[in-house]
Design a protein around this ligand. Structure first.
Ligand code: G4P
Length: 534
């Protein structure tokens, strides 16, 4: 096997998706702990208290105790090289979260055993489903009272529309669990009393289902329930089919408890075995295999000022094919120029460092002098293809933004344009309004805080911001290509008529109902959820 093939085969690049508080931080930390990347649990979590943060790049993150920006962690486990892309779990999340999911090969979905499928999980799941990537489910907090596993399986199917295959099964009755049954190994694994509060990795007690010792330990009732459940699952449940998993139609389901380390190592090992290595990607030249020895990558995220001392701006690339080497010269399709990748950075568990070489599946941060945009392709100088464009996520929150001090207008416009280029915000201009205020659209409200903070800290501009009562944006065209104008549109005053950066007409309204009215009263109007260039 060539070195490139070897490196690709051992890579697993994924994101953990969940609703806040389901245990993403805890699970990430435990995976790092098992990988030997950190030595005591608590190192990642402490970012919530602002010390030793893995990703305390922005002041806001520290103040709010949440991860605003997605960070990347790389570590080894056995022969595997793991890249975890962190996604902000906060409810005010942004497009960043969605874009991060464009750069992974699979996702781990955490579900709280007591709460089941929650709102944020649903949104993130939808994006993964659209991409058709495999999703692995970890049902967390099994050390606590929770829903019946069969009900959780139903919930996955009814709420998310995905069938599940339990890899293990909780042991216990009435929502009180004290162990799991591993369906592959046909073994029982019981919780040990945790005296270290999950700070260290830990072995567990295992044994076979028909071992009389275990039957005694479980008690007659729990033992019988388990036997019945397993029989039912084996007979009536879904068959395990890795191809269905690969297509995102079936999710392997694991039960465990991140906090007490229960089932974490098992999950990690099974996941690494079943999860896909870096996959081929669609481009303007057809599918590009990761084993293609010519380097290629795309930018999935741009982040400014991660280190306030340096005021730098990083473009994160996901390597798709070939080998990356520090100092290599690549072709940047959008600018049409060759670029030297001089100071690439990689993110290890606790800090970032200069990377000498990297392989498909890896994420590298490049210093960005302002040339990169989201979705840009970088490839070997002998090639000139482009990877598929990123989907645009329609904004759902809107605010009118202007500079408090009109003398600062120039810096204000510069800052706003910069953030638009990074993809942090979407910019609109109200029809008939002057150029001293903009309508800013985002996917989540947190982006407004980030906007305010960054304009002040990077451009020295205090802003005035007024939230607008709209939640839906629709790009508008007429069937016969006539221009849509505030005068031609019936009911334009039921929302706000704005133009996007390319002067395409867009209507902002408060809800779908208002949209219905517009559709009913403008028979030849066509509405689009994504930009349509005239
Ligand atoms: P998040 O990143 O998804 O938001 O969740 P996080 O890991 O921060 O976990 C949220 C809360 O759930 C934390 O409690 C965490 O300790 C707890 N938790 C995580 N995994 C388990 C588990 O397996 N069992 C139980 N019982 N609890 C779990 P907290 O009180 O908010 O924080 P802390 O005081 O523990 O730091």
């Amino acid at each position: 096997m060539s070195q490139l093939t070897d490196e690709i085969k051992r890579r697993r690049t994924f994101a953990i998706i969940s609703h806040p508080d389901a245990g993403k931080t805890t699970l990430t930390e435990k995976l790092l702990l098992y990988g030997g990347a950190i030595h005591l649990a608590g190192s990642v979590k402490s970012r919530k208290t602002a010390h030793h943060a893995v990703s305390d790049w922005m002041e806001i993150e520290k103040q709010r105790g949440i991860s605003v920006t997605s960070s990347v962690l790389q570590f080894n486990y056995g022969d595997y090289c793991i890249n975890i892309l962190d996604t902000p779990g906060h409810q005010d999340f942004s497009e960043d979260t969605y874009r991060t999911l464009m750069a992974v090969d699979s996702a781990v979905m955490i579900i709280d055993v007591a709460k089941g499928v929650e709102a944020q999980t649903k949104k993130l799941f939808k994006v993964c489903k659209q991409r058709g990537i495999p999703i692995f489910t970890f049902v967390n907090k099994l050390d606590r009272f929770g829903k019946a596993p069969i009900d959780l399986m139903d919930e996955l199917e009814n709420v998310l529309g995905i069938r599940s295959y339990p890899m293990n099964w909780p042991i216990g009755t009435d929502g009180k669990y004290f162990g799991v049954y591993d369906r592959q190994k046909k073994q029982i694994e019981l919780f040990e009393d945790d005296t270290t509060h999950g700070q260290n990795t830990r072995a567990s007690v295992t044994g076979s289902l028909d071992d009389p010792e275990f039957a005694k330990m479980l008690g007659a009732e729990a033992h019988q329930t388990l036997m019945d459940d397993i029989e039912l699952l084996d007979m009536a449940g879904e068959d395990f089919d890795l191809e269905k998993v690969a297509r995102g139609e079936l999710t392997p389901m694991f039960f465990g408890s991140a906090m007490t380390n229960f089932g974490v190592q098992n999950f990690l090992e099974e996941y690494l075995k079943l999860a896909p290595e870096p996959q081929a990607r669609q481009s303007s030249d057809g599918l590009i295999s990761p084993e293609d020895d010519k380097f290629s990558a795309f930018v999935f995220k741009i982040q400014a000022n991660m280190n306030p001392a340096h005021r730098d701006r990083l473009a994160f690339i996901r390597i798709c094919s070939g080998k990356f080497e520090r100092g290599m010269s690549v072709y940047h399709k959008r600018s049409g120029k060759a670029i030297k990748l001089a100071q690439p950075q990689q993110f290890m568990a606790q800090d970032r460092q200069i990377v000498e070489e990297a392989y498909p599946g890896d994420i590298v941060g490049l210093f960005d002098p302002g040339i990169f945009g989201i979705g840009d392709t970088l490839c070997d100088n002998s090639r000139k293809f482009e990877y598929e464009a990123f989907p645009v996520f329609p904004p759902e929150k809107f605010a009118r933004v202007s500079a408090k001090d009109t003398m600062k207008r120039k810096q204000f416009v510069k800052g706003i344009e910069q953030l638009t280029q990074e993809g942090a915000i979407q910019l609109f201009r109200q029809a008939g309004a002057g150029m001293d205020s903009f309508i800013v659209g985002t996917v989540g409200t947190l982006q407004f805080e980030v906007l305010e903070y960054r304009l002040k800290n990077e451009y020295g501009v205090d802003i005035e911001m007024n939230m607008q009562p709209y939640e839906v944006a629709r790009w508008m065209t007429y069937e016969d290509d006539r221009e849509v104008t505030p005068a031609s549109l019936r009911g334009a005053d039921r929302g706000m008529f704005v133009y996007d950066r390319r002067e395409n007409p867009v209507l902002l309204v408060s809800n779908e109902w208002a949209l219905g009215w517009i559709t009913d009263n403008n028979p030849d109007l066509e509405l689009h959820t994504v930009p349509v260039d005239r």
